[in-house]
Design a protein around this ligand. Structure first.
Ligand code: NAP
Length: 298
C-alpha cells in the first residue's frame, strides 16, 4: 500500500495548488480527482480576473496547474475517494486502490445545482456546461437560466455560436459582474427575460423544444421556443466525504477558518467546499497554499 505525507481529495485549483506547495515543502503528495482535472473551473470559457493571466480559458488554466504540480513531483490520479478513515495513519480508500497518509486536505469543490423540473434529467437539450456542449447548438436557439458570473459567461460564449441566446433571470438585476452584463448587452443575438422563472420544460420526441416562463411580478406566463437550455443557477458543495467525517455544516460546507483547519487535527479544507464568502479561482488557490502549509507543519 502506497503511503504519502499528504493526500488531497480534489484536483481543482485548490487541490493542485495545495499539491504544489506541499511538494515545495518537501512532502510526498497524492492528488485524487474523480471527474476532471481543474474541477468546475475547467468548464469556464474565459477568465479575465486571474492575476497575471488576463485572458485564459478554464481548461488551459487547469492544464497549467496540472503540469506545474506534476513537474513539482506530485502524484495525480483519476480516482474517486470513497472513504477516509482515521487511525495512527489515515487510510484513503478509492474506487481503484487504498492509500495511507499522515494528513488529508479536502478540496472537493462544488457541483451544479438543478432547477428541479420534470424532464430535466431525461430530455436532451439540457446542459450544465456551455463549453462542453455549446457547439451542438451552433446556429440554433438557446437560453441560459441564472444571473451569476457563470450564466453571464456562458451566454457570452454561446452568443458566438448560436442564432439566439435568451438570458432568463429571476430578479431585475444580475448578481454577476457588470462588465459581463455590459458585454452581453452589446450582442445583437442576446435577449433578456428578467424577473422570470422557468416553470416547465416542453419536449418533442425526447428533445427540449420550449420553455414555459413566468414573470415573477405579474405572474404572466409565456412560452419560449428553444433547442437548448443551459442551467447556471449556482453550485452546491460536494459534501459526502465531509458529512461522513462529521466536519460539514447543515448545508454541506466545511466550517474551517482562514487557516483551513477543521476540527480534526489531520484534516484540512481548501477551496469552494470551505465556508467562506468569496469563491473565486484566486481564493481557491490561496486556500490550497494555506492548507498545504498548515498540513506540512510538523
Ligand atoms: P451564483 O453566483 O450563486 O449565481 C447563481 C444564480 O442563479 C443567481 O443569479 C441566482 O439568483 C440564480 N438562481 C439560483 N437558484 C435559482 C433557481 N432555482 N431558479 C432560478 N435562478 C436561480 O453561481 P455561479 O454563477 O455559478 O457562480 C458561483 C461562484 O463562482 C460565484 O462566486 C462566482 O462569482 C464565481 N464565478 C466567477 C467567475 C469569474 O470570476 N470569472 C466565473 C464563474 C463563476 P439570485 O441572483 O436571485 O440569487
Amino acid at each position: 500500500m502506497h503511503h504519502y505525507d499528504l493526500i488531497v481529495a480534489g484536483g481543482g485549483p485548490a487541490g493542485l495548488t495545495a499539491a504544489l506547495y506541499a511538494r515545495r515543502a518537501g512532502r510526498t503528495v497524492l492528488v485524487l480527482e474523480k471527474a476532471g482535472i481543474g474541477g468546475q473551473s475547467a468548464s469556464s470559457p474565459r477568465g479575465e480576473n486571474f492575476p497575471g493571466l488576463p485572458a485564459i480559458s478554464g481548461a488551459e488554466l487547469a492544464d497549467r496547474l496540472y503540469a506545474q504540480a506534476e513537474a513539482a513531483g506530485a502524484a495525480i490520479e483519476l480516482e474517486e475517494v470513497l472513504e477516509i478513515r482515521d487511525g495512527p495513519v489515515k487510510t484513503v480508500v478509492t474506487d481503484y486502490s487504498t492509500y495511507t497518509c499522515g494528513a488529508v486536505i479536502l478540496a472537493t469543490g462544488m457541483t451544479h445545482r438543478k432547477l428541479g423540473l420534470p424532464g430535466e434529467d431525461t430530455l436532451s437539450g439540457i446542459s450544465f456546461c456551455a463549453v462542453c456542449d455549446g457547439a451542438f447548438y451552433t446556429g440554433r436557439d438557446t437560453a441560459v437560466v441564472g444571473g451569476g458570473n457563470t450564466a453571464l459567461q456562458d451566454a457570452l460564449f454561446l452568443s458566438e455560436l448560436c442564432r439566439s441566446v435568451t438570458v432568463i433571470h429571476r430578479r431585475a438585476s444580475f448578481r454577476g459582474d457588470p462588465v459581463l452584463v455590459e458585454a452581453l448587452q452589446k450582442r445583437d443575438n442576446v435577449a433578456f427575460r428578467m424577473e422570470s422563472t422557468v416553470e416547465a420544460l416542453e419536449g418533442r420526441n425526447g428533445a427540449l423544444c420550449a420553455l414555459t416562463l413566468r414573470h415573477t411580478a405579474t405572474g404572466e406566463p409565456s412560452r419560449l421556443m428553444v433547442d437548448g437550455l443551459f442551467e447556471a443557477v449556482g453550485q452546491q458543495p460536494e459534501a459526502p466525504l465531509a458529512r461522513t467525517l462529521g466536519v460539514a455544516d447543515a448545508d454541506g460546507f466545511i466550517p474551517a477558518g482562514e487557516n483551513c483547519r477543521t476540527v480534526l487535527p489531520w484534516l484540512f479544507a481548501a477551496g469552494d467546499c470551505r465556508c467562506k464568502s468569496v469563491r473565486q479561482l484566486t481564493t481557491a488557490c490561496a486556500d490550497g497554499a494555506v492548507a498545504a502549509l498548515a498540513a506540512c507543519r510538523p
